[in-house]
Design a protein around this ligand. Sequence first.
Ligand code: AMP
Length: 289
Amino acid sequence: MLELSGLSEMRAWSRAQKARGGRIGFVPTMGYLHEGHLRLVDRAKARADRVVVSIFVNPLQFGQNEDFTTYPRDRARDRALAQERGVDCLFTPETKVMYPADPVTRVIPEAMAGILEGAIRPGHFAGVLTVVAKLFHVVEPDVAIFGRKDYQQATLIRRMVADLDVPVEIEVAPTTRELDGLALSSRNTYLTADERRSALALSRALRAVEQAWRGGEANPEHLQRRGMEILGVPGVTPEYLALVDESLQPVARATAKTIVVVAARVGPTRLIDNVVLGEGIAADPAVRA
Ligand code: AMP
């Protein structure tokens, strides 16, 4: 496996692969890889001839009081996992290479980015879209894979690519979970054993909403209340639980396409999760993490 950290080297490598007729699949990450990331790699391999994984903890998407400095980092472990999974090129730019100066230009999304996660993390999605746009310009992938775990992020990236005519196909893959339902996340490493148990409230709340909906309840307020009952356990501070459509707008009636999005703090750690009602949590791939 090749590892590159320069922008022009990365672009030259991608272009050389493409000149030989190879399709490039791309999985952008912030590292501390887990099985959720590696499933995205599997998808990229199925869709392309060469797979690039980037590891970049993007300062632009963290708020002042967020965990940029403490975000888990372990390059040696990431390298081994990526290599084992058949990644062709690991792209690991330094912050000063990605941002040699404070950016004057950023990709600022419209109102769709100011709700849910965006309401709690102002500026977060401008940081995400800016770095993803930069990475697309450097890697020039044919297809890029994102996780549904970050539902609003994936939706905004799809819209950015459509709005700005970026020549890349976007695929969104289901959420990989632990056997008990906890969605895999690099931030799970922050959790103590007690917090890890409390964190199950998120997936349980989603499952409770899903079950109520399958039982015939379609009123979003009733479903939201049901979810909040399960979420509000000791040790968990709910931030939001909402039933939205594919454009992240509140629904008048829950249908198979409705997405239940949830965010909560477990101790000091912020976690998010979601389920598409018609698919259900049980349909998500589960692994022993
Ligand atoms: P991150 O490193 O957290 O920025 O995530 C990099 C990519 O992996 C994003 O597209 C995430 O949505 C995706 N991802 C993170 N956790 C999971 C998971 N449990 N299942 C599927 N995709 C995930």
